[in-house]
Every structure is written in structure tokens, then in C-alpha cells.
Design a binder for this molecule. Sequence first.
Ligand SMILES: [Zn+2]
Length: 502
Amino acid sequence: MHLVIRSRLSLILFVFFLSMSPSALFASSHVEKKMSYQFEPATNGSRQTMIVTLTFSGNATGKDRLVLPSEWGGQQNLYENIVNLVPVSSQTTIDETPLPFVKQISYPPNQEVTIRYELAPDRIMQVLPGRSYYRPIVQPEYFHLIGDTFLIHPQWDLKTKFKATLRWENLPAAWSLANSFGANQTKQTLKLTLYELKFAIYVGGDFRLTKKILKGKTVYVAIRDQWAFSDAELSDMVAGTVLAEREFWNDHRDPYFLVTLISSGQNEGHYAGTSFINSFALFLTSKSGINAPLKHLVAHEFFHNWNGGKLVRQAPEELVFWFSEGFTEYFARLLNVRSGVISLNEYVAGLNRVLYDYHTSAVKEMSNQEIMGQFWNNPSVSHLPYFKGELLALNWDAAIRQRPGGHNLAQAMLSLYRRDKSALISTQSLANHFQKYLAGSVQDEIERYIDEGEQIVPLANHLGACITLGYHDVGKNRQIPQYEIDQTKAVQNPSACLEYFQ
Ligand SMILES: [Zn+2]
């Protein structure tokens, strides 16, 4: 599994924002706002904790709502990890609301407001169902924190930039520190939005940091635990993927990027990743090697820097997961075989796995609305947008190639990125864009295959000179489409086999 998940809290915040009085809205938009966090490791009884002190600009009404972590990536009741939430600034009070993750705070108007709380997760790393590694981890040796799961903040607009200061105090001298905004900086001054602050990863402790400069831009890999590969091997693999994908998008602008790796604590074979701003996090099991599935996971997560990152989805984003996850699957596999990160055999094996899992899925004909309803709590449903999007991308690529003009899906994807960056990604905007490249009605295809859930059958009988489509009997009169490599041709002329993917 590899998912990009954002909190559904944003919808709730939006509703609250609308419910504020017009004067509060006016005041908040005309004050230059600041927010600063101070983080300090501590202990509470036998538990390792983190003391967080937050100072922010109060508004002219002297009232704000404080938003606590609630739900992220299928993890519930995250506010239960917060204890000892107290006001620190003078004449400041914090009161309950009917919602356990929202507090009312009152203070003298236009003053700086300070609160303090203790992050005290009670969890020890262990095999738990679901993606429990998304929950805040605070241990004597390290911490691993996703912004959405541990930061309390005033209920400000998610998309307005403000000045933020992060201070990391009293860390053990040997600890390293890395987050979505920098590495080994105990004081960070940033200009960012609340959305960016929350959609970020923060780690510290016994992580081993590897730094690379790629075309003048810094990429860090922060690793803890022991693995079947060396830190340098993983860092080299990540660097190859970063360069190949930035080359594809012709976008080498980002000055900083971070990849983190911890043990998932799950049973062997559980690979997972999730992307954040300027970063992604990996969760592996101890026997994981640098093999095709891990290379695919890394390529997938980094591709989200654009698809789902710089190409912003319209809410509810679950309805376009077929594109943000499924097309990301397609391009991760394509770019890996194109750049030689995986072999042609590994490419076909990965694609055949998708075809097999999709065609034998009991839920493959679910509608997009049904998928959205069950995505977060039914694993076989959560895989569907990945499968369907990749198979639709494969078909669209074949259809574009059959038309005059010599285009392919990769070119259509790049022109999507080059258009107006502020336009949100929605089913409608995608239909409008890809219609320019495809014969027939793209809108109609999206309705049938995505909205209604009609089964997607591969259109491409060939993928280049050496790969053909066949059907494998899987019993009960059922046949599954599978691609096959002509191994004689692959040995005699390997570059001809790869030409199709360039
Ligand atoms: Zn993903």
C-alpha cells in the first residue's frame, strides 16, 4: 500500500470558517500573523513525551478556536494523545466545545497568545491492524511525527501564508533532526500556510542522515533501524528516481527534499509510503531489499510531488484517486523501466500483478461513489483506484498512439502540468484536457469505467516490439489478460524492446 492521505478535517475547518462573524474575517485578513512552536522531549511517569509550546497572534475579537489532531490516514481520535493542554499567556482561558478536537480560547484582543500541551502517545511499536505507524511516535531514541497528527493550531485559513518559527530544544547532542522544511536546524524560520505545516513529516533522534546535491538541489534520506541494504544503497536509488522524475517533468526547482524510513512494525512484506510537502515517508519490514516493489514505491511516492502535489486535486479528492493514484502507478512503472531502474521483466511482472489482482477482485465493478465510501476501511476497495487508473492510463496511451501526430500519454500528462497551475484536478477538468489527445468521448469513458465501474479490458495488444497480450486460464472458465515478453527478441535486441517506453 502506498497512499497519499490528507485529513478530512479540512472540510470541518471550512465550515467553521464560514461560521465566523464578518468582523472576525476582516480582522484576521489584515493582521500579519505569526505562529511559533517550541518542541522539547520530556518524560511523564514511564512515558516518553514531547512538550509543545505554541505562540500565535491573537485577533481583535480576543477569541479563537483551537483545533486538535483528530483523524488522519484512517487513524482516529488522535486528540487522545494530547494531555495537559493549558493556557500560558495572561488572562487566557481554554474551554471545551461539543467536539473533543475543538477548544474555545479567549484572550485579551490583539495580544500574543501562548498555550502548552504534552504529546503523550501510549503506543509502543507493535503489529497492529491498519497503518498504526501514522500515529505520533515519541520514544526515548527518536520521534516520528506527521503534522496533521500532533499539531494543535488556531483555526486559521489553511491556504494563507504566515511567518512560522519552529524551535527544537534540549535534544540529546547525538540526535539528528529532519523535517519537510530542513535538516539539522534547531531553529527554523518559515513562510508557509497552515496546510503546509500540517501536511509535513517531522523526525528526530537516532536517524542516520545521508545528503546528496542533485543538480544543485539538496536531497536528504533519514534512516533508522537496520536493513538488508546500506544507507548509501537506498540513498543512491532515491537519487536516481529523483533525477529521472525531475527530468521527466523538466522541473529541478525544488531546493530541498527529504525521504524518511522507519520500520513499519508490520508483518514481512508490508511496504508502505506516504507523501508530504517536499518529502515522503517510507515504512518497510526488516527483510525488505532494494527490489522492484521498493523501487516502484519510491517512484510512486516521488511522482506525487507533482500528481497530487503541484497538480492540486479538487475536494473530495477520493473521487480523483483513480488519477492521482492510478496514473501515478502508470508513470512510476513507465519511468522506472525507461530509466533502467527496473528491467523489462520486472516491468511486465508488476503490470501482470495489477491485471491479475484487478480481474480477480470481488469488488472490481464498484462505482466511484461506492469506492469513496469504503476507501478508508476496506483494503480491497482501497486498491481499486490504483488498478483502474493504471489500466485506463495504459489504454489511453495505446489510443493516443494510434492517432496521427505521434503523441503518447506522457506528452499529454506534461501538457496538463504546463497549463494553468491554479486549475484544480477534477474528473471534469481531466476529461476536458485528455479529450484533446483522444478520439471518442473521454467523458463517456470516465463515466463507464470510473464513475460506474465497468470492467476495463486492455486495448494494447502489444507494448513495443517484444511484449504481447495473451490470456491465462485461471479455472472456472475464467481468463485473465497477461502480457508476455518474447525472450528471444529480448536477448537479441534489448534496446529495440525498450524503444516503446522512451
Ligand atoms: Zn500514492
